[in-house]
Design a protein around this ligand. Structure first.
Ligand SMILES: CC(C)(COP(=O)(O)OP(=O)(O)OC[C@H]1O[C@@H](n2cnc3c(N)ncnc32)[C@H](O)[C@@H]1OP(=O)(O)O)[C@@H](O)C(=O)NCCC(=O)NCCS
Length: 355
């Protein structure tokens, strides 16, 4: 594998997976992106068909895992549930003690295939519904929407969900990927590394921001309220969720794609309300923080994705687990790279001063 897993130019707003620009990748199936990240290059038709068959055939979770999902059926945060479920899943993986590249690839396929099933089953159970078994004939995105709703999504919704997973799939050494990678660097198993990633993703300054964007947009409620409420937040020095980024000092390229997708969904549904509120928020933040104060606070990946979920009736509590479903391929790619290095990551405490 020659290409870096990820390349980000935070000043120019460029993102590449394995050397390929995100704008070229976003129209491919998620399975192809997962293959690209984990195995290092885009699959040919035959390779993609085989990889997809493995992924789609591995979606079901076993009875014991479903029992644990039922036991999480109390007011538990969906990410708390997910980290418990993934941790429990490891003991049923026949390759758990096989840390060869082949054994790790088989584990990777099970994790990528089954995390969506676990998320959807937990969501349905806490809402008093029976889990919907996965449909191997559907794409990663369509199958997930089918499992949470119990009915097949429209083609546009399925495509948007697929693109959401692709745009969330990888982003270099963000907090959750770093956590996964540190765990893998001890040569701990892949499930442990993925649980580490889930724990870091859960926080509101990382994956949790998307749910907070949704709550903020709901609370604002109308385009007329948007400017006033955002000005109040800025006056109180509150952070506006879904804006700003440690690396991007310009528009996040994923944010731009999500903005376009949310507009397409709004138009298709004949309801511009959430999109227009979001645009007003963006306009106000850019005017007040970028233009007047010179701070590079643009919409990040979480802002317009939150708008998309509003249009797809996805509730805030699913926002971070959905992020995890996409991101698991990126975590695994980094773990595999780290396993090859066979060297523990051990920063010194003074390095934290720069974080
Ligand atoms: C993503 C984030 C954690 C990056 O933080 P960071 O690189 O450490 O940037 P800082 O928190 O140091 O912020 C730098 C300045 O910009 C301001 N700023 C950063 N993000 C802001 C936001 N979302 N809203 C308002 N102001 C913001 C800070 O208040 C700070 O201002 P100051 O210099 O006057 O004190 C931060 O932008 C944030 O908390 N955003 C909201 C949460 C979010 O959307 N997270 C998802 C990230 S993909």
């Amino acid at each position: 594998m020659s290409k870096n897993i990820c390349f980000i130019d935070g000043l120019e707003g460029i993102l590449k997976y394995r050397g390929i620009d995100i704008n070229q990748l976003v129209d491919l199936p998620y399975d192809a992106i997962s293959y690209l990240l984990i195995l290092g290059e885009l699959p040919g038709d035959q390779e993609l068909a085989e990889y997809s068959a493995c992924l789609h055939g591995a979606r079901e979770v076993n009875r014991e895992v479903l029992d644990v999902i039922h036991m999480c059926n109390f007011n538990v945060d969906s990410m708390e549930a997910l980290r418990t479920i993934v941790s429990f899943m490891s003991q049923f993986d026949p390759d758990i003690t096989d840390s060869s590249p082949e054994g790790n690839t088989r584990k990777a396929i099970r994790l990528i295939a089954r995390i969506p099933t676990a998320v959807a089953a937990h969501y349905r159970i806490v809402n008093g519904n029976e889990p919907v078994p996965p449909d191997p004939s559907l794409s990663h995105g369509a199958n997930f929407l089918y499992m949470i709703r119990g009915s097949k999504p429209s083609q546009l919704e399925a495509e948007v969900m697929e693109k959401d997973f692709i745009l969330s799939a990888e982003h270099e050494l963000n907090a959750s990927t770093f956590s996964s990678r540190v765990t893998a660097s001890t040569l701990s198993d892949l499930y442990s590394a993925i649980v580490s990633g889930l724990c870091a993703l859960k926080g509101p300054l990382h994956g949790g921001a998307r749910a907070e964007v949704m709550t903020m947009i709901e609370e604002i409620g109308s385009q007329e309220n948007a400017e006033k409420i955002i000005l109040e937040k800025i006056e109180k020095k509150e952070k506006i969720m879904g804006f700003g980024h440690r690396v991007y000092k310009t528009y996040d390229p994923r944010g731009a794609i999500f903005k376009q997708l949310s507009r397409e969904l709004a138009e298709a549904k004949g309801d511009m309300c959430w999109y227009e509120i979001a645009e007003k928020i963006e306009e106000t933040v850019i005017r007040e923080l970028v233009e007047k104060k010179g701070k590079p606070i643009y919409p990040n990946v979480d802002f317009y994705s939150g708008v998309i979920y509003k249009y797809m009736d996805i509730p805030p509590q699913l926002a971070t687990p959905i992020f995890a479903i996409g991101r698991v391929s990126g975590w695994i790619a980094h773990c595999f790279e780290q396993y090859e290095k066979k060297r523990i990551i051990r920063p010194r405490a003074f390095m934290l001063d720069e974080c």
